[in-house]
Design a protein around this ligand. Sequence first.
Ligand code: PGA
Length: 244
Amino acid sequence: MLIAGNWKLNCNIEEAKHLSSRIIESLDRKKLNCEVAIFPSYICLDSVNKTIEKTVISLGSQDCSVHKSGAYTGDVSANMLFDTGCKYVIVGHSERRIGKLESNNDILSKANNALESNLIPIICVGENAKDREDGRALEVIKKQLDESVPKNSNKNNCILAYEPIWAIGSGKIPDNSSINEMLNMIKGWLSNNKIDNSINILYGGSVNKSNAKEIFSCINLGGLLIGGVSLKPEEFSEICLMAN
Ligand code: PGA
């Protein structure tokens, strides 16, 4: 299992160092049955990397460029992130798919760049509320998978994250049967595409310490992608300690 904390656009360098130290303290000497990774902004990666050195916590970035290098002002490449100590990179988060108009093709390029740079992409997929109401959730996710997951992905180099858009930051979560249905569909999609179906699949969207235990009981769940609560070190660590 992987428990990933996406800090989004929060924390300056001092706050990021403090937050990572508090997570380390909360997890210290406790029996952890999962891997924990945190995803600060680009600007904090180096400082957080130094803070979490020699601990159980891994580092990831919230995004990377579709390009490898060149005249792309403001971009940060997968290779640069690897060089800064990242193990993971989130690609295709709905806040970028929607807010930055990223296409499935962009996400595929980012995931391929990550793979080439020895970074593990966490490829996010998720339906909006209307897709879910119209009974199109499975179909929408399948199209995102078809167009944004590299066919050479396997359990060692890639992770998927199912994040219903309507659940992110809303306090609403799908029931376990909907999560299980989606995880099963994704497993089936992997098999049909001759991709290793033991790839970890995370759930993300409004996870907190009160609903985490229930979500952990989903069959085929490979971990959690946590936004808001990852900024609360004690609660985030409590959820990490629930994983097995
Ligand atoms: P949330 O965010 O936990 O605040 O809902 C999840 C995410 O955006 O990855």
